[in-house]
Design a binder for this molecule. Structure first.
Ligand code: PLP
Length: 481
């Protein structure tokens, strides 16, 4: 493909992207396809000879797009958003074009130095102290695994990497019952084993019971184990549960355990000065993860992992075969030693574009609005007969359910809400997801897509009411009673 040909095709691609972004809310939010439907349209064998761009684009439009769920739809209220924005997309195009592999300072000095600077910005924006150093990981799951590996190496004084874990003391890890499943996965993959993960109960607000944590830590030590990793969750996935970081960190630090804070979603909201109280004690953490790819309008993958003692952290990962040695050696930062992967994309560029082209004030304004709208909608729901707000808004997330008749037993209400959610998502005008709170099936509502407006939230609310009315009117709605 010559330069002119490329330019022409790139222009067509940009046209498509601009049209898509302008009309994304015309699509059903959740893909309306059945399993296997897309695969059936894809040839089993690759082409032997080049196919024209137009043919590939046509199939992209006609086969692939109908099978996509539209995460950039302003009425995406499910899970946590996986956001993008125009500045981030522009940067992604440049990243792809430059195609740099940013493993070492030398392989892309600007990428390394920009990553350092942009993470200093982000660190200051969320109120972490100066000493914290950041790196961009692909996901919070990877970041938490990296944190666990560093914790393991602290607990074994570096012997885990050398000798393996057999023969050493049993290592233990701690998190609340509301922690994300990536924490348990890290414990499994990092060699601690899920039977050594202590899931500490939460209080009525969803915060870890620190007295129980302290007891479990003491019991484990008395039993010969070595507490290695203590995780505080700021913004649990289910309903946004918030642990109190300071007392958790104090318990952990007394026994030398690594303190990790999983703020994958909620961390972005810490750019609001009025929410900094949520982060009380964050400065005591050894590592903190937050995902700009969730709520800071930056494309997947962009997960920021901050560590308090970079030297200790890097020791757990550093490895230097001859072929990777470079002229400046340890005098520069080589991000290949800051995690699992060797090859690294130039992710800092998109975060830089986002922070510069939005500006901190605008980022704050959007997140503030999301939180205000979630509160407003939860208030409206609470005032509407039949609707129950089960967990109050935690930032921009709350959970609810619809109880068609107060006489219904819980299992029937659960089944009704399951059907209600399916009806909403099948209609395609909004997308929500569910969880269970104290055993009860509830629907989650998260406001947070880059371009969501209050009108979108209102349309979502209309859909919920419409579907609740329709589902109630269904002949077998009462579960056959
Ligand atoms: N931690 C929390 C609290 C989350 O909500 C999530 C995902 O939603 C994760 C971790 C995992 O994030 P990632 O998809 O970046 O691995």
């Amino acid at each position: 493909m010559g330069a002119n040909d490329f330019r022409h095709k790139a222009e067509q691609t940009i046209e498509w992207i601009a049209d898509y972004l302008a009309s994304v809310d015309d699509y059903p939010v959740r893909a309306q396809t059945r399993p296997g439907e897309i695969a059936a349209k894809l040839p089993a064998l690759p082409p032997r000879t080049p196919e024209p761009f137009e043919a590939v684009m046509r199939d992209f439009r006609d086969i692939i797009m109908p099978g996509m769920t539209h995460w950039q739809h302003p009425r995406f209220f499910a899970y946590f958003q996986g956001n993008t924005s125009e500045p981030s997309i522009l940067a992604e195009m440049l990243i792809s074009a430059v195609g740099a592999q940013c493993m070492s300072w030398e392989t892309s000095p600007a990428a390394t130095e920009l990553e350092i600077r942009v993470l200093e910005w982000l660190r200051d924006m969320v109120g972490l102290p100066d000493g914290f150093a950041g790196s961009i990981q692909d996901t919070a799951s990877t970041a938490s695994l990296c944190s666990l590996i560093a914790a393991r190496e602290r607990a074994t004084e570096g012997r885990g990497n050398e000798d393996g874990l057999s023969g050493g003391p049993t290592l233990t890890a701690y998190c609340s019952e509301e922690a994300h499943c990536s924490i348990e996965r890290a414990v499994r993959l990092g060699g601690i084993g899920s039977q050594h993960l202590r899931r500490i109960p939460v209080d009525e607000h969803g915060a870890m019971n620190v007295t129980v944590l302290s007891e479990r830590v003491r019991e484990d030590i008395a039993g010969g184990a070595r507490p290695a990793w203590v995780v505080a969750s700021l913004g649990g996935t289910s309903y946004g549960a918030m642990d109190l970081v300071a007392p958790i960190a104090e318990v952990a630090r007394e026994v030398g355990a690594w303190v990790h804070v999983d703020a994958a979603w909620a961390g972005s909201a810490l750019i609001l000065p009025e929410l900094r109280h949520l982060a009380h004690g964050l400065e005591l953490a050894d590592s903190v993860v937050l995902n700009p790819h969730k709520w800071l309008f930056t494309n997947l993958h962009c997960s920021a992992l901050f560590v308090r003692r970079a030297d200790e952290y890097v020791r757990a990962f550093a490895i230097q075969p001859e072929y990777l040695k470079t002229r400046h050696g340890d005098a520069v930062v080589n991000f290949r030693d800051w995690g699992i992967q060797l090859g690294r994309r130039f992710r800092a560029l998109k975060l830089w574009f986002v922070i510069r082209m939005f500006g901190v004030d605008e980022l704050q304004r959007r997140i503030r609005q999301h939180i205000a709208w979630a509160e407003r909608l939860a208030g409206a729901m609470q005032a509407t007969p039949g609707f129950q707000v089960v967990t109050e808004p935690s930032l921009s997330l709350f959970t609810f359910r619809y109880v068609p008749d107060v006489g219904w037993p819980d299992p029937e209400v659960d089944a009704f809400n399951e059907r209600l959610l399916m009806r909403i998502n099948d209609a395609g005008r909004a997308y929500l997801s569910h969880t269970r709170v104290r055993g009860r099936y509830v629907i989650r509502f998260v406001v947070g897509q880059t371009n969501t407006t209050w009108e979108d939230v209102e349309i979502g609310w209309q859909e919920i009411r419409r579907c609740a009315t329709e589902e109630t009117a269904r002949p077998s709605a009462s579960g056959g009673r």
